[in-house]
Write a new protein. Structure first.
Length: 454
């Protein structure tokens, strides 16, 4: 073998052959390790966080060492290094950052602005979505060229800003319009509450089906929830038939939303689909300058460019960096500098620690997708939806955490060993032939991986 990377690929393949490490666990933890070098008998890897390091060390180190022994023919020690880990800060730094947080919290002039089209920074990454939204907001009532309008892209890039801008513009042009903005999660929760408390759902129907404009943010949250999809289908049809404008946002295109009924997917795809991608360098600089202008903060060109070159994936991070610079300027009574920007960026990235992959986290993600509660999953209830969610949750806990079967049984209402074995084998067998089950596993795993891989 010509490289340490190839050796590591062979080790991972060996560990999967006899089931020592499952495919999900490999993708979530082992593929995230960055092989550096083989230094004597030490296999050196970079990892992204202390959390990732601890999970690999506690659960997979012995299995990987066995794999290296098999592939290389001699024992190997694992050495995991948190890449670019921040050094422990002196006490005076901690005190200063505590004071900084107080300034941020108490500063009444945070430079927040109304989410209108005028305040939206347009660049190559979002110009088509912006044009479509302004067209919808300023069109005549009978012009439904873009209906529905479906906007997708990662979190923090301006989808909610555009929805709010549409509402603002339409209200300005026609104050009598009944415009409803709701998140997919809120829509689902309101329906669940109405059904669970045996309320009359006519008020729920009246609220949404009499809208002149329906704006739904993060519509992907209705996936996997049968009753919610049924309700949304009829709401969508009524509004669309009456030529009422519908605008939807999601973190992915309709074809990639798992556990979504085909009849709803086709309706999402029946209008205009546009995306918002990561902002380019020029757009990031423009966002920084706009935020600084609102804060009456003069940022030198080199500082603005330094921030734009290092915070690339989230507009909220850029705006947060400018806010922190303003607070530091007040504390230190000095103009923004590269060193101040370095401090601000380090703290923003440190704040975004990965979500711990606990049993509770896994059960919560499963319950979100299946439209049940964590309590349902742990209970003795046996409805088809709850039973399916429970099997998936047990399977994922087994695959991801490597807990013993007895420990998993305790987490799921003190179920016995045979019940856990059955659930794991059931999912493992059916995932190969049941596309819906496979999509559910993939969707939940992606959500967990995205959270743990930050």
């Amino acid at each position: 073998m010509n490289s340490f990377e190839e050796v590591y690929d062979a080790v991972k393949a060996y560990c999967q052959q006899d089931g020592k490490i499952g495919e999900i666990a490999r993708g979530l933890w082992l593929d995230k390790l960055e092989p550096v070098r083989l230094e004597g008998s030490d296999a050196v890897f970079y990892c992204k966080s202390e959390f990732q390091k601890s999970v690999v060390t506690d659960n997979y180190a012995s299995k990987l060492q066995e794999g290296f022994q098999k592939i290389l023919g001699f024992p190997v020690n694992l050495r995991l290094i948190v890449k670019e880990a921040g050094k422990e800060q002196p006490e005076e730094y901690n005190e200063q950052m505590s004071e900084l947080e107080n300034v941020l919290e108490n500063n009444s002039s945070n430079g927040d602005y109304a989410y209108t089209f005028e305040t939206f920074i347009v660049g190559s990454s979002n110009e088509f979505a912006y044009a479509a939204c302004t067209s919808v907001a300023r069109s005549d009532n009978n012009d439904n060229t873009y209906n529905p309008l479906f906007i997708y892209g990662p979190s923090g890039l301006g989808k909610t800003h555009l929805l709010t801008a549409i509402s603002h513009e339409m209200k300005k042009r026609n104050p009598a319009l009944n415009i409803i903005y709701v998140t997919g999660e809120t829509f689902a929760n309101e329906l669940i509450e109405a059904i669970s408390q045996k309320k009359d759902t006519s008020k729920f129907h009246e609220k949404y089906r009499n809208a002149d404009v329906l704006l739904v943010d993060d519509v992907q949250f209705i996936s996997g929830k049968e009753s919610t999809q049924e309700e949304f289908f009829h709401t969508f049809n009524k509004l669309h038939d009456e030529k009422k404008q519908i605008v939807l946002t999601s973190d992915r295109p309709p074809k990639d939303i798992k556990i979504l009924e085909d009849r709803i997917r086709t309706r999402f795809e029946s209008g205009l689909i546009t995306d918002i991608s990561l902002p380019d360098f020029e757009t990031r600089v423009a966002i920084i300058r706009r935020k600084a202008e609102l804060l009456e903060l003069n940022i030198p060109d080199d500082v603005a460019e330094f921030i734009a070159n290092r915070l690339k994936s989230n507009i909220r991070q850029l705006e947060g960096a400018v806010k922190r610079l303003k607070a530091l300027k007040q504390l230190q009574n000095s103009s923004p500098s590269i060193s101040m920007a370095q401090s601000v960026i380090r703290d923003i990235l440190t704040d975004e620690q990965p979500t711990p992959v606990t049993v509770e986290h896994i059960i919560q993600e499963v319950s979100n997708l299946y439209g049940v509660t964590p309590e349902d999953i742990r209970s003795k209830k046996r409805s088809q939806q709850i039973s399916s969610a429970r099997k998936v949750a047990i399977y994922l806990v087994h695959e991801i955490t490597q807990m013993t079967l007895a420990s998993i049984g305790e987490e799921f209402g003190n179920r016995d060993h045979s019940t856990i074995v059955y659930a794991v084998k059931y999912v493992d067998k059916n995932i190969k032939k049941d596309s819906n089950l496979r999509e559910a596993i993939e969707s939940i795993t992606k959500t967990i991986r995205d959270g743990a891989g930050k």
